[in-house]
Write a protein of this length. Structure first.
Length: 499
């Protein structure tokens, strides 16, 4: 999908289709009036007949039958002008693009970034428009014999102001890179466990590293054990697939600035281990590496965007299998931090591998560490599918991530992490145990992670948000690719490189 730009409006732009964003209560806007006139009043009639209310994401498709330069006209509602947000533009662009794609349109123009609105610059609008279009066109058909051949090849942002051109162009480029990187993460998540193994993830990391000039090193089982990563080793014991510890470094910020370290859970398949899961939805546990995919996607995006920031990505990766030498309930492991961990439930494995990655992060003397993990079903119970759980030990950091979540539409909601929760994970025979009492499971998991952290840290529990079974806006069934846009927005704002 290519993005281009024209200083021309839709009354003269000749193409397959045109996507027109329209606010509630602005039906008599000049461009709509001109179009209505050209169509002999058909637009007004269609709005009435189909009860089109300009609600966010609502679409109205009309064939111009030669009366307008564009063949297919798709009006997409943006809601009230004073309530416009980047996410509404993303969703509007997604809805419009889907209608275009389904009706066989290959190229179309869009007015979604033609002028700034409600405090959003044309650059931000173009970025959101590109993200929505690209993300909604995603399909995962690698294993289908018959591929979806409907494809949008080019989207042209229309504006009548020359002075807008460079900002729109930059915004659309950025949106495309971010969406591509999120779709790269989606592919990794959607790939089944027999293909997307820890070795495969590590090879993907090496590939993006060589393509974008990121420094990459990968540790195998021997190095992992030698370092003293008892958590990662312990979880990997039950599997025939060798574990990997992936390290990516993008140090293109000022030499004096400490890096931000991103950590992602890279559990390529979670059976639960000896504490085995019920089989019903177990197949979805191929998505238990979504945090790791988000980190790889974010590193890819940072490099492709040439972000002037210091960024490290760490992904501990293994399967959680109930093999003959698997860790058993009651076993004690010693993490890289030196903290001893009693494994009372082998299905609480994410915190064990993250413990080592968080401890490893300390080697960089980082500005801060942010981890993303499909960590607990309890987080999904607490927040559903519409927000990730947000924990941490630094209010400012938590607030920055929450704000990035609002801007990107990848919402995060703060959860408590008072020291009293530490009592809930005290072990009788070791420093900590890997499960707490029945209630508050997302919090006790975060409290466990906290034991392995030094310095500023935040944890994003994406168990409810990383994977979806319903098509919704710019999301497709399967991996969401969540965390890529969130982390880039967060990094840009925290380091002050946001443009
Ligand atoms: N990967 C799961 C969490 C999960 C569940 C993610 C559902 C996405 C959807 C994690 O490893 C796990 O199994 N957690 C347990 C922890 C419990 C044993 C304390 C859980 O949430 O049940
Ligand atoms: Mn588990
Ligand atoms: Zn898991």
């Amino acid at each position: 999908m290519k993005f281009s730009i024209k200083t021309q409006m839709m009354d003269t732009f000749k193409t397959d289709g045109v996507l027109v964003g329209a606010f509630q209560g602005e039906a008599s806007r000049d461009d709509l009036k001109t179009m209505d006139k050209a169509l002999g009043g058909h637009l007004t009639r269609a709005i009435r007949a189909r009860h089109f209310e300009f609600k966010p994401g609502q679409t109205l498709a009309i064939d111009s039958l030669g009366r307008f330069p564009a063949g297919k006209i798709v009006i997409v509602g943006l809601g009230k002008r004073t309530e416009l947000s980047a996410d509404k533009v993303r969703k509007a662009s997604a809805a419009g693009t889907s209608v275009m794609k389904n009706s066989g349109v290959k190229k179309f123009g869009t007015t979604l970034a033609s002028e700034s609105a409600n405090g959003l610059t044309v650059g931000e609008l173009a970025q959101a428009s590109a993200e929505g279009a690209y993300l909604s066109s995603y399909t995962f058909d690698s294993y289908k014999s018959k591929k979806d051949d409907k494809r949008i090849s080019e989207i042209t942002h229309l504006t009548d102001k020359k002075s807008n051109v460079s900002a729109i162009d930059k915004g659309a480029r950025k949106g495309k890179i971010l969406a591509e990187s999120a779709c790269f993460a989606r592919d990794l998540i959607n790939m089944p466990g027999n293909m997307a193994t820890p070795t495969f993830l590590a090879n993907q990391a090496k590939q993006i590293a060589s393509r974008y000039g990121i420094k990459c090193s990968v540790l195998g089982p021997k190095a992992i054990e030698k370092l003293g990563m008892g958590g990662l080793c312990g979880v990997a014991r039950g599997s025939h697939e060798p574990a990997r510890f992936i390290i990516l470094e993008w140090m293109k910020g000022p030499k004096t600035k400490k890096p931000i370290v991103l950590v992602g859970k890279g559990l390529t398949f979670d059976t639960g281990g000896i504490s085995i899961k019920p089989s019903g939805d177990m197949h979805e546990m191929k998505s238990d590496m979504s945090g790791g995919a988000a980190v790889l996607g974010a590193m890819r995006a940072a490099a492709a965007l040439k972000l002037k920031a210091n960024l490290v990505g760490l992904v501990p990766s293994t399967e959680n299998m109930p093999g003959g030498s698997a860790t058993k309930p009651g076993d004690v492991l010693t993490g890289l931090s030196g903290v001893t961990m009693e494994v009372l439930n082998t299905d609480a494995e994410g915190r064990l591998i993250l413990a080592d990655a968080l401890a490893y992060a300390g080697r960089y003397k980082p500005d801060c560490v942010v981890d993303m993990a499909t960590l607990t079903g309890a987080c999904m119970v607490a927040l559903g599918h519409r927000a990730s759980g947000l924990f941490g030990n630094d209010e400012k950091l938590i607030d920055q991530i929450r704000k990035a979540g609002e801007r990107t539409g990848e919402r995060c909601w703060p959860m408590p992490l008072w020291e009293e929760y530490d009592e809930d994970i005290k072990s009788d025979i070791a420093d900590v145990k890997n499960i707490g009492p029945r209630w508050g499971g997302a919090i006790t998991a975060a409290a466990f992670l906290k034991k392995h952290v030094k310095g500023k840290w935040a944890h994003v529990d994406i168990a409810g948000t990383a994977y979806t079974n319903s098509e919704n806006g710019y999301l497709k069934k399967g991996g969401v690719g969540l965390g890529v846009r969130l982390m880039i927005d967060f990094v840009e704002h925290r380091t002050g490189v946001y443009k």
